[in-house]
Write a protein that binds this ligand. Structure first.
Ligand SMILES: [Zn+2]
Length: 202
């Protein structure tokens, strides 16, 4: 069964976190998403949605958001978040972090924060059409958990989600992330400039 949680703390930014967008990755992402609670949100809203297992279709394919990902678009259109996170998991690290990913896949590589947890922007198919320039759009990846849970990985991933749940806007996110991951934030800025021109890194 898909998972939905809405946390409301009065006026403030609207944040939407979606997990398990394709394949069986929702079985992994739910472990992090369900640990987010009322105390993690300072103000505004946090909507959490984790999908049921589906067939695998990449979010880099335009048809993802018009077919399988239609429910994600409905949530974006309904809640109009200014902070949007896609929680994914991966089986193939090298493909996502390949320095030549832009040449091969048309998008910049993801950046490792630590313990195999990767960060990047969302699919270009939605970044510029559904979100404003100032909005925060993040893809977060961790290795898919088969039957063994790596607590270090899960802790890093959950911590990043908690940071994003607590921020108001992009400057606050960049500041908080840069405190712990200064080099990675710098690389993200560089990729964003190369890819989107003057678009923000996340
Ligand atoms: Zn994915």
């Amino acid at each position: 069964m898909s998972f939905f949680r809405l946390i409301e703390k009065g006026e403030g930014p609207i944040r939407l976190f979606v997990g398990g967008l394709h394949g069986r990755e929702g079985l992994t992402t739910i472990k992090a998403l369900k640990s987010l609670g009322f105390e993690d949100v300072i103000d505004g809203k946090l909507i959490i949605y984790n999908c049921d297992p589906t067939s695998y279709l990449s979010t880099l394919k335009r048809s993802y958001y018009t077919k399988q990902g239609r429910e994600i678009i409905s949530l974006i259109e309904y809640y109009r978040p200014s902070i949007y996170v896609e929680a994914h998991c991966y089986k193939y690290y090298e493909g996502l972090t390949d320095p030549d990913r832009k040449k091969k896949m048309g998008v910049p590589p993801l950046i490792e924060l630590e313990n195999g947890v990767l960060i990047g922007s969302v699919s270009p198919h939605i970044r510029t059409s559904f979100f404003k320039r100032t909005d925060v759009c993040i893809t977060l990846e961790m290795p898919c958990i088969q039957d063994r849970i790596d607590t270090k990985v899960l802790k890093t991933y959950t911590n990043i989600l908690k940071i994003i749940a607590s921020i108001k806007d992009r400057p606050e996110l960049e500041e908080k992330l840069a405190r712990k991951y200064p080099e990675q934030v710098e690389i993200a800025r560089r990729y964003a400039i190369e890819f989107f021109g003057d678009y923000p890194p996340f």
